[in-house]
Structures are given as C-alpha cells and as structure tokens.
Design a protein around this ligand. Structure first.
Ligand SMILES: Cc1cc2nc3c(=O)[nH]c(=O)nc-3n(C[C@H](O)[C@H](O)[C@H](O)COP(=O)(O)OP(=O)(O)OC[C@H]3O[C@@H](n4cnc5c(N)ncnc54)[C@H](O)[C@@H]3O)c2cc1C
Length: 536
C-alpha cells in the first residue's frame, strides 16, 4: 500500500492557516466555532458545504433534561447498547457535558421544538426515557444551517467548498501539512497548519444500500491509516432498520422517532412480528430490530417490511414529521393511510480513528472528531441520537485543547516533495466501485460468516493490488482507493472477531464470547499491512 496517493513538487501552491478542519458537518463546524477567535481556522468540504450526514439527521440529539431523567440513566442506556465495549469514562463525559453544549446551540440560534416553554423530548429505541430534542424531523438541517451561518459571520473562519483533502504529511510523528485537490481548478494545494482536525464523517458509501450521502467514502480514516494512526472497532457497522424501500428511493431514512411515537412493523402479510424477536418489540436496540427485519424478510421471502403509523391523525403526522410525510407523499405513499415499505440499510460506523478524551490521535497535532473518530463511546452498537451529541461534546474538547496550546506551535517552513510512481490510471473507476459495494453489501452486511467474508476479502484484495500500481489524479479515483482500503480493514476485523456482539453478527459464531471483550486495533505497518493489536 502506498504511503501517499499523489505526488507533489516544489511548485505546489501553499496556503497557511493555524487550524485546518477537514469536514463541514456538525463536528467540523462546531469545533471551528468553539476555537478562540484569535486563531485562524479553515474548513474544507469536498462537495458543497451543506452536503453531509449531519444535514440529513432527522431524529434529534440525546440529552437528559426530563424531570425523571439523569445523565446516569443516559450513561446506562449508552453502555447497554454498546454491548460491553463502550468506554465508561468517555460516555460519562458525553452525558454530563451534553446540556452545556445544547445550550451553546440554542445560543447560536438553533430552534428546537418546544412544548409549554421547554424543549420537547421524544423517545427513541433503547432509551429508557424521553430525552431526544428535535426540530421537527429535520434536526440536522436546522443545526447545520445555524452553525454554518454563524461561522460565516466569524472573521477567523474560512469555509472552502469543493476542496478534497487527500493525505496528511507527517514528520517525526507530527502532522505538518495536508495535500488538497481544488476541484474547481484541478490543481493540488498544500495547506500548512499547526493543527489538523479530521471531521470527514463515515463510510456508508462502501455499501450498495445506505442512508448516507455521496460524501461518506471513508477518506479521513484512509488518510489517517496511511499516516500511521490506529483505526479501532472497524467491524462494527450499524444498519438502520427502517430506510425507505421504493424503486425511486432506497436511501431516505424513516427516523426511529416514528417508532418512538408508536409506529409498528408489519411483514408482507400485514402481521406484526417484532414480539417474536424481542420483548422491547419495535423499540429494541437498532441492531436487534435490523436483524429481526432481515430474518422476517428471509422467512417471508420478501424484499421489505412495512412501518405502520396510519393510526395517527394526518394533521399530527404532517406537523410532527413534515419531511417524511412530504417525501413519502411525493412517492405516492400517504403515511396517514398507507404502510411505509422499509428495509435495513448501512447507516453509521462505530469504529474509526482512535482518539483520547481531547480528540487527540496517536499523531501529534492531528485530531479526529465526529463519525470519523472512535472515542469508544458507541462500543459495538450506537445508541440512537448519540452521534450528533458526540460531535458537539468532543468538538468542544478539541477546540479547548487547541485554544490553550496554539501559541506554543509554529507553522512549518519546509518544502515537501513527494514522488509519484506508476502509470496514470485511465479506466473509469465506477466498475471498481460497484464491485466493492456489491461485495460489502452481500458479504459484510447484517449477517456475516467466514466463507462470505473470505469471498469479500478476495474481491477487495484483488482490487487493491491492481489500483496500487497506478497514479491517480481525480477525486473519483482517490475515493475509490480509499474505499477499497477501508473495506479491506472492515472485512479483516470482521473475520478476526469470531463471536456475535452488538452490530457485528456472525452466523457461524452466533453468541457473544467473553474472550472478545476487547477492541481490534488496525495499524499500518511498513512491511506487513495486515497487522492487528488487541486492547481491553
Ligand atoms: C439520514 C441520517 C439520519 C441521521 N439521524 C441522526 C439523528 O437523528 N441523530 C444523531 O445523533 N445522528 C444521526 N445520524 C448520524 C449523524 O448524522 C452522523 O453520525 C453525524 O452527523 C456525523 O457528523 P460529522 O460531522 O462527523 O460528519 P458529516 O456530517 O458526515 O460531515 C462530513 C464532512 O466531511 C467532508 N469530507 C469528507 N471527506 C472529505 C475530504 N476528503 N476532503 C474534504 N472534506 C471531506 C464532507 O464534505 C462533509 O462536509 C444520521 C445519519 C444519517 C445519514
């Protein structure tokens, strides 16, 4: 595997900034806003600024505000969902710092739904209390719009669209610069910075069917891995149980909040079935509901199941879930009368770049935040509505760390030259991408086993072997190599974990095994790039 994907020479344009943030989702922009105003911050987005997983979030943000709730209950629910692999100390910070960060959002102008003068709290699966604050069913858009608008007003923050980060340059284990492709000119730019915060989101696009938008190709994880950072818990991929299943749209999410408000699941015969799988029925943890739907679809030989909220008033549904109501109606589904066809789809990755409680990775001055990071909070399975919160809490912690230390750091004045070997890759990458997605969807999905994982490994290894010999210059090509790199790591970790835990279900090892109460760390080594270390 190449250390750097592209070469650079002495003529490359160089831009200097104190802090470079890769990503304009909630993690990236909130971090930027929390950094002191005397620090110069540049945010990059590979597409338009408002295209992110964050902007698509519907359900809301978890915070224990109810009279009968407490951070301790939120902690217990998070640890329970994490199936023994969540880091208790990290979760403790998450639940105790939630309220202050939500107050910051409200101060920045985010308008959450209110009832009787207080924030309205809804319920989601595996939460023991009503604790999800929301803005109708477009919470992510409301939050992102307000964060982006606030950052545009700040003199120390620059937001740059269509800027694709490719690799970070490291010297003596310290992050010095980032190679970026300016998609508007096709030219490479070297961003020199005291700090890099990677907030580039997840890798949903590794799968054929996902709720994630096009930006989610695992770039940040791949660049961190090439640079020597550790990726942890990569086998734990969350599948959302209820993504719309319609010939015109197989990626639109039907939020868990719909089940929180009473919706039930029915099979193709119109029968309820969740009671056959779990006593919590529709409100069981996500992995349980997704697997139950998968089994029910197999049992009834059907491609989807149905979500039924038709017993609620049309007026209520239009008001509480305006986006879901309108999107479904556009496709001919009136949710106040009709069942909604749904099937599980890839949704979230619990694993990522290993960080400590200040968002630091093993590479000095290189932080990771949001879905790209693995703080250890989610363990083997994320509790609904904890991920936007994680971006806020750890974004603030990173910002504090940078604001306190930035005066001690200097910008580097070295010139970097990186050789580029191999011929130009001239074939379209779309076919390669399709092969990866197909292998991931069919063999590395909700239910896995050794023979399927080995088949996926074969496809991905072969792809990487071929790609490794070439030079790349377009975003599509670089994304493909990043996707293949991350797919290889997910498959290897899934093969290694010979048990079932949380979102990782192996039909050939269908029970949890106490020996596996450990994390799988994946770190690139120069000679043998298939190395694993275990930690508990
Ligand atoms: C449909 C949907 C609904 C969801 N609902 C909820 C919910 O209700 N509550 C909840 O807590 N969570 C929810 N989630 C999960 C949550 O939205 C994400 O985990 C979270 O938003 C991730 O935020 P982020 O800032 O880390 O990444 P993102 O929001 O995904 O942002 C990633 C950013 O990185 C940029 N980027 C990526 N690669 C590069 C690169 N190479 N160079 C430059 N820029 C790059 C992208 O352009 C983008 O700006 C939902 C997710 C989806 C998909």
């Amino acid at each position: 595997m190449k250390r750097y994907i592209v070469g650079i020479d002495e003529n490359i344009e160089t831009v200097c900034t104190d802090v470079l943030i890769i990503g304009s989702g909630i993690a990236g922009v909130y971090t930027a806003l929390c950094i002191s105003e005397n620090v110069d911050v540049t945010i990059l987005a590979k597409e338009e600024i408002d295209i992110s997983n964050s902007a698509l979030a519907q359900g809301g943000i978890a915070v224990s505000l109810g009279e009968e709730d407490s951070p301790k209950f939120h902690l217990d629910d998070t640890l329970f969902a994490g199936a023994g692999l969540s880091d208790r100390e990290m979760v403790w910070h998450l639940v105790n710092e939630a309220k202050d960060n939500i107050k910051n959002l409200v101060d920045l102008g985010v308008r959450f739904d209110m009832t009787g003068g207080v924030l309205d709290l809804t319920k989601e699966a595996a939460h023991s209390q009503r604790r999800i604050i929301h803005a109708k069913d477009f919470t992510g858009k409301e939050v992102c719009d307000k964060l982006i608008a606030s950052s545009k007003k700040r003199k120390n923050i620059k937001l740059l669209e269509k800027m694709y980060a490719i690799d970070i340059i490291i010297e003596e284990n310290k992050c010095k610069a980032t190679i970026v492709l300016d998609q508007k000119t096709g030219k490479k730019i070297l961003f020199k910075s005291k700090y890099v915060v990677c907030a580039s989101g997840g890798f949903g696009q590794l799968y054929e069917v996902t709720s994630n938008p096009i930006i989610a190709t695992g770039d940040g994880m791949a660049m961190a891995y090439r640079a020597g950072a550790t990726l942890t818990d990569m086998e734990f991929v969350q599948f959302h149980p209820t993504v719309l299943y319609h010939k015109k749209d197989k990626s639109f999410l039907i939020s868990e909040a719909v089940r929180g408000e009473g919706a039930v699941l029915r099979n193709c015969f119109g029968e309820r079935f969740m009671h056959n799988y779990d006593e919590l029925k529709e409100l069981a943890p996500r992995d349980v509901v997704a697997r139950s739907i998968f089994k029910e679809m197999e049992k009834t030989q059907s491609e989807c199941v149905y979500l039924d909220i038709s017993f609620k008033d049309r007026e209520y549904l239009e008001k509480r879930f305006p986006k879901i109501f309108a999107t479904c109606l556009n496709l001919g589904i009136d949710i106040s009368k009709d069942y909604i066809p749904v099937a599980p789809a890839e949704h979230y990755c619990m694993g990522g770049i290993k960080t400590d409680m200040s968002g630091k990775t093993q590479i000095k001055n290189f932080y990771a935040c949001g879905e790209v990071a693995c703080t250890g909070i989610h363990g083997a399975n994320r509790l609904a509505s904890n991920s936007l919160l994680e971006g806020l809490v750890f974004g603030k912690r990173i910002a504090n760390d940078i604001s306190m230390n930035h005066l001690k750091e200097k910008l580097d004045d070295k010139q970097y030259i990186i050789d580029d070997k191999g011929d130009n890759y001239s074939q379209p990458v779309s076919e390669v991408e399709k092969r990866i997605k197909k292998a991931m969807n069919s063999k590395v999905g909700i239910v896995r086993n050794e023979s399927g994982l080995l088949q996926a490994k074969q496809v991905i290894d072969k792809t990487l072997q071929v790609l490794d010999q070439y030079k790349f210059d377009s975003m599509a090509q670089i994304q493909t190599i990043n996707m293949a790199t991350i797919a290889k790591i997910v498959v290897a970790a899934a093969l290694k974990r010979t048990e079932s835990r949380g979102a990782h279900f192996r039909s050939d090892f269908d029970q949890p095994d106490d020996q596996w109460m450990i994390h799988i760390d994946n770190t690139r080594k120069e000679i043998d790039d298939e190395t694993f270390e275990f930690n508990d």
